[in-house]
Structure formats: C-alpha cells, structure tokens
Design a protein around this ligand. Structure first.
Ligand SMILES: *Cc1c(COP(=O)(O)O)cnc(C)c1O
Length: 366
C-alpha cells in the first residue's frame, strides 16, 4: 500500500457530515460574499488567536500584501523601502513584498530550527529597512523574542507569516498574536485548511485592521465609496463556514501531528539522517517534519521504492529563483545548504500508526 505524502481526502472525510451541513447552510442562505459566515469565522479565529481583530482574505499571499499595503497607506513605509525576510520560505512571502513595490532583503537562517537567524537580520538592516517578516517555517515559531527586540531597537514593524503555524503557542501566546500583524493562509494543505483558497490577517491594531478590511474589499467600507486603491480579496462564505467547522478540530489535529513528530524523533535511528529541532515541543505544530541528509535524492528514491512519498520544501532558496535573479549573488550559506539537504516526511493527523511504523522502519533500514 502506497503512503501518500498527504491524503487530503482522508483528512477532510473525518469531518464530512459537519462540512456538508455548513455547505448546505451557505447554499440555503442565498448570500455568498461578505456575510454572517465570514463575520463568525473572523470572530472565532480572533478569539482563538487571542487578538482583537481578524480580517478574512482571499488567500495567504494577499493577507501579507494587505498588511504591507495598509502600512503604506498609513505612511509607515513607501515604495523602495526594504523588508527583511528569510531566504528559505515559500515564495509568497517575497512576492507580497515585491508586489507592493517594496524591496525584499533575504536573510539567512538557523541550521537547527530552519527559521530566520536574528544575527543575519541585524546584518541586513539599512536606513531603508521598515519591516521584518518572520515566517514560522514548517510550523515552528521563529525566534520572536529576539526579533521583537531587534524590531524595537531599529523602529521596524514585525510581521508574522503564520501560514504554516495555525495554533502554535510561544510563551503562552498563539501564532498571529506575536507581532504587529500576522498573515495566515488556509490553503487546503495547511494545518487549518479550507476546501479552496482562503486567508486572513490578525492584529491588535485597530487602525491597521480598518485599513486592511477596506483594502480587501476594493478600498471601500461603504458601497461605491472608495478611500483606497484596494484589492478584491475576500474570504467567501463557503470557505468561512468550512473553516469554522475545521477550527473546532484544529487543536486535536495539531496534537496528533505532535504525537507523530515525537514518534519520528524518538524512533528514527540512522546516522545518515539529521532530525529536526524539537526541544521546545510547544512552539511547533509540525506543519511539516523535515529531515536532512547528504544524499537526499538517493533517500527519496529508496523510500519511493517502498511506496512512501516524500516532498522537498524547498528545493530552491528564493534568492536562487529565476524571478529573483537580482539577488542570485547573495551569500546565504545555511539557506543554500538546507535547499540541498531537506526532505519532508508524510505527517498529517489521519496518518495511521501502521503507516507511521512502516515509514520509520524504512528509514532505519536505509
Ligand atoms: C502557503 C504559504 C503562503 C501562501 O498562501 P496562499 O494561500 O497559497 O497564497 C505564504 N507563506 C507561506 C510560508 C506559506 O506556506
């Protein structure tokens, strides 16, 4: 039996009846955009994260863009200003910056946590730097205490890209409540995933929240009155209703992810394989379980022969992407090492113990 990298059908089938009920409710309401379901989910998710405001958006990329656009409307930053972000993240983090006319500045990362390295952030700060985007990569919270201190010292905004870390807790606070503003994606594969595109912004800042909300709806908070040049990026009623269902199960799903990760960490015993940092079990919700090895392609093939699918997040650091060829000359040794060594193992709440044991056995026989 094949073990897929992710079995989304099986993941969502666990909640079929509740999801069907939510979908029927939306169909029967006759109201599909900017309605009660979006309001409810926003309130539930703000409460869950412990923040004052949550604004639904069309996807995670737009959530990051909306935060940056709102800061630009506030005059906090302007075109040509610099935003520091890690070189090893999904490309959306960088694209959001570029699409706002801001300059993405790539920092290196930490070899044990894979997250942005505070020392590298400090090195990258210039007189044009206006913000740091901390990505909670693979579900592990970035070094927010240090980043917060750096941001305060240099008068920078600190933004979370929390697309991979719904529900993660750091010093008693949830992802989305650890910075000036946070962006979430609810793309189907995320820990909290919709059945289509969806995203959100969370913040405690009322003025920022108001501008983000307006920008997400054509820069308008009253019909046909447009204060800003906004986007059309709204969390629709169908996805909001589905997310309300899945939010109720998020903590339990994350608990199962942590159990699986703990099993991997305790039982994979192979000198050729380096396991991810899991010292602080609490701040990691294991969106991905990412190992490192010298000969990754060989290991991937070996597992594939045994019917075990793996993936690579991410095979090309952003400064090595054709789209960012202007940054190709940067020297970011850790990000470049990671791109060549990382391999993501199957990890999702509906992975069975049998499957888990088979994966560990295969890794130990490699
Ligand atoms: C998924 C993801 C995004 C983008 O989310 P979309 O909803 O696909 O736009 C942004 N940043 C990170 C780190 C992600 O994993």
């Amino acid at each position: 039996m094949e073990i897929p990298f992710l079995n989304l059908k099986r993941e969502n089938e666990r909640y079929t009846s509740e999801i069907r009920e939510a979908v029927s409710r939306v169909i029967n309401s006759g109201w599909y955009i900017l309605g009660e379901e979006k309001n409810s989910f926003e309130n539930e998710y703000a409460t869950y994260c412990g923040v004052k405001h949550c604004i639904g958006a069309g996807n995670g990329l737009d959530a990051i863009r909306l935060i940056l656009m709102a800061y630009m409307e506030q005059g906090v930053m302007q075109k040509g200003d610099e935003v520091i972000l890690p070189a090893n993240t999904f490309i959306a983090t960088a694209l959001a910056v570029s699409q706002c006319g801001l300059i993405p500045v790539f920092a290196d990362c930490d070899i044990t946590t894979y997250n942005i390295a505070p020392e590298s952030v400090i090195e990258k700060i210039t007189s044009r730097t206006k913000a740091i985007i901390a990505v909670h990569l693979y579900g592990q919270i970035a070094a927010m205490d240090q980043l917060k201190q750096i941001a305060r010292q240099h008068n920078l905004k600190l933004i979370e890209d929390a697309a991979q870390a719904q529900g993660a807790i750091y010093n008693g606070k949830k992802a989305g409540n650890l910075s000036d503003a946070a962006a979430f994606s609810f793309y189907p594969v995320k820990n909290l995933g919709a059945l289509g595109d969806a995203g959100a912004v969370t913040t405690d800042n009322e003025d920022l929240a108001r501008i983000v909300r307006s920008l997400s709806n054509y820069g308008s908070d009253r019909k046909y009155m447009h204060e800003y040049k906004g986007l059309n990026s709204r969390l629709d009623e169908m996805q909001a209703a589905i997310l309300s269902v899945k939010l109720k199960h998020l903590d339990r799903d994350n608990q199962r992810r942590k159990e699986i990760a703990a099993y991997y960490s305790e039982n994979i015993k192979n000198v050729n394989i380096i396991l991810p940092d899991n010292k602080d079990g609490k701040s990691h919700v294991f969106h991905l379980y990412v190992i490192r090895t010298d000969n990754r392609e060989q290991l991937q093939l070996f597992l594939s022969d045994k019917g075990i699918q793996t993936q690579i997040h991410y095979p090309i650091a952003i400064h090595k992407q054709p789209a960012y060829s202007v940054s190709a000359g940067l020297n970011l040794p850790v990000a470049e090492q990671l791109q060549d060594e990382v391999l993501s193992l199957p990890l999702y709440a509906s992975l069975t113990d049998d499957e888990l044991h088979r994966i560990v056995e295969a890794l130990n026989n490699y």
